[in-house]
Write a protein that binds this ligand. Structure first.
Ligand SMILES: Nc1nc2c(ncn2[C@@H]2O[C@H](COP(=O)(O)OP(=O)(O)OP(=O)(O)O)[C@@H](O)[C@H]2O)c(=O)[nH]1
Ligand SMILES: [Mg+2]
Length: 453
């Protein structure tokens, strides 16, 4: 179990792998300055460093005292640091060889290599942040757009934690009422307490629902809106894909059936991440490879959140009954392509008429894509959004325990039985915030962290 040896000084390379101007080796633990003093030479001895100061010097080998690198060392004293413990950051030159040499030196000087996520875990264990805020650190690192970043930053600042605390308070209050009515049934005049509990449950379900509504936005911020470009062969799907991402990624030729396997990439439109997928043109075909591509395209329809249904204005579109029915259930933008071939015409029976070749109408399509998403997902900048699937799953379970407790009370069954469900709801909620949370959950979360975080 990580985090057991809380007094250890832990160390890791905190910056990304590869070359950079600067690389950082981070250390945390009560006796971090002792470790540093064995590998650092400079004008001032580490023992006398004041908190939140930076020092110029050299990292040297702890035995031979030979110089490893010229560095800037910053010291953040407890509790005003990332981990809320004494923390040192060694700013070295940014190559992997030098960073590894500095890391080896501090480990020889008494530090221990940190487990993935151990720095953030110490911040949780020291009560500086809760578990949902720790996950926000990962959300920040993985943010796909500036909008997802903003939601993650709000989560780190404790916006969601406050909402969870409000639900926690309600649940504790209910459990106290339940306990009271079990211990002193004589005070329950005409089911007063039960009614009170039922209305508290309703209030609590309201709070949970408010959060659950944001989780669909969270999902798309996490995974992107899966957007399928679909149509017959040769209508210009790959050309549109390339025009949208302004890059020549997908193969384009005049030969129908060019795209086989799907091609996908992320596209950021006004802070909304779209996972754009170019697919094989849909048609009956004897070609085995092309048919696999067509099957794959069809199998993606179910999962897609948005379909760009593409047609070619220079020829008749064959309506494919089977897909057409499937597509009608979906959010769909009907696009006519190649308007440059037929410039006199006006097109009223589609959502956007464009030319992937000249770029005319492509911006209009982008606006339609954004509009389609904004209609279905709340995206105000100042709302707290449940980004993590783990939270959304727990909230769903909390909701069903609350409903179960209410049903029990309304059916006139024993209050003890309702108490079991309310307790379960509290356990699930605490698993989100990490208050007395099972260690297995903590391990799973921190295993996704990288070293040095
Ligand atoms: N004139 C004109 N030609 C276009 C336009 N868009 C695509 N084309 C041409 O249409 C042909 C097919 O384009 P692709 O983008 O490969 O079409 P696709 O739908 O991906 O085709 P498959 O992968 O075979 O299903 C190519 O010769 C393109 O240059 C357009 O807006 N105007
Ligand atoms: Mg193609």
């Amino acid at each position: 179990m990580i985090g057991e040896h809380h007094e250890d000084v832990i160390a890791a390379i905190a910056t990304g792998a590869g070359e950079g101007g600067i690389g950082i080796v981070r250390l945390s633990g009560e006796h971090v300055l002792d470790v540093l003093s064995r590998v650092y030479t400079g004008a001032q001895k580490p023992e006398s460093f004041e908190s939140h100061t930076i020092h110029y010097g050299h990292i040297v080998h702890p035995q031979s005292q030979s110089i490893i690198d010229e560095v800037l060392v910053s010291f953040m004293g407890a509790p005003r640091s990332y981990t809320a413990q004494n923390t040192v950051e060694i700013n070295c030159h940014g190559g992997m060889v030098v960073l590894n040499a500095v890391l080896d030196a501090v480990i020889e000087a008494g530090a221990r290599l940190a487990e993935p996520g151990e720095f953030t875990m110490r911040a949780v264990e020291n009560g500086r942040i809760d578990l949902s805020q720790a996950e926000a650190v990962l959300n920040i690192i993985n943010a796909k757009t500036e909008k997802s970043l903003r939601y993650a930053e709000k989560q780190l600042a404790g916006g969601l934690s406050q909402k969870y605390t409000a639900i926690d308070d309600e649940l504790i209050h209910m459990l106290m009422m339940v306990d009271a009515s079990i211990d002193y049934p004589e005070y329950d005049i005409d089911g007063m307490t039960e009614n009170e509990i039922i209305s508290a449950i309703d209030r609590c379900v309201g709070l949970v629902d408010d959060l659950l509504r944001t989780s669909s936005t969270g999902k798309i911020m996490r995974e992107g809106i899966s957007t399928l470009i679909l149509g017959e062969p040769n209508v210009g799907k790959s050309s549109l894909f390339n025009a949208l991402i302004t890059e020549d990624r997908a193969l384009v030729t005049a030969i129908p059936g060019t795209t086989r396997d799907f091609v996908d990439t992320y596209l950021n439109l006004e802070g909304i991440p779209f996972r754009l997928i170019d697919t094989a043109g849909i048609r009956e075909t004897a070609d085995v490879v092309e048919r696999l591509g067509v099957d794959r395209a069809l199998s993606l329809i179910d999962e897609a959140e948005l379909i760009i249904d593409m047609r070619d204005v220079s020829r008749e579109t064959q309506v494919n009954e089977m897909i057409d029915h499937q597509l009608q259930q979906k959010k769909r933008i009907i696009v006519y392509n190649k308007i440059d071939l037929n410039s006199e015409n006006t097109y009223s029976d589609c959502d956007v008429a464009l030319s992937a070749k000249t770029g005319e109408g492509v911006d209009e399509l982008k606006a339609k894509m954004v509009e389609a998403v904004q209609k279905s997902y709340p995206m105000s900048d100042d709302s707290d959004v449940v980004l993590n699937k783990r939270h959304a799953d727990a909230l769903t379970e909390i909701r069903s325990h609350l409903t179960e407790a209410k049903n029990t009370l309304q059916a006139g069954l024993s209050v003890d039985m309702a108490a079991i469900d309310l307790n379960e709801a509290l356990v699930k909620l605490r698993a989100i915030t990490g208050k007395s949370v099972g260690e297995d959950i903590i391990d799973r979360i921190f295993a996704n962290f990288c070293l040095g975080k």
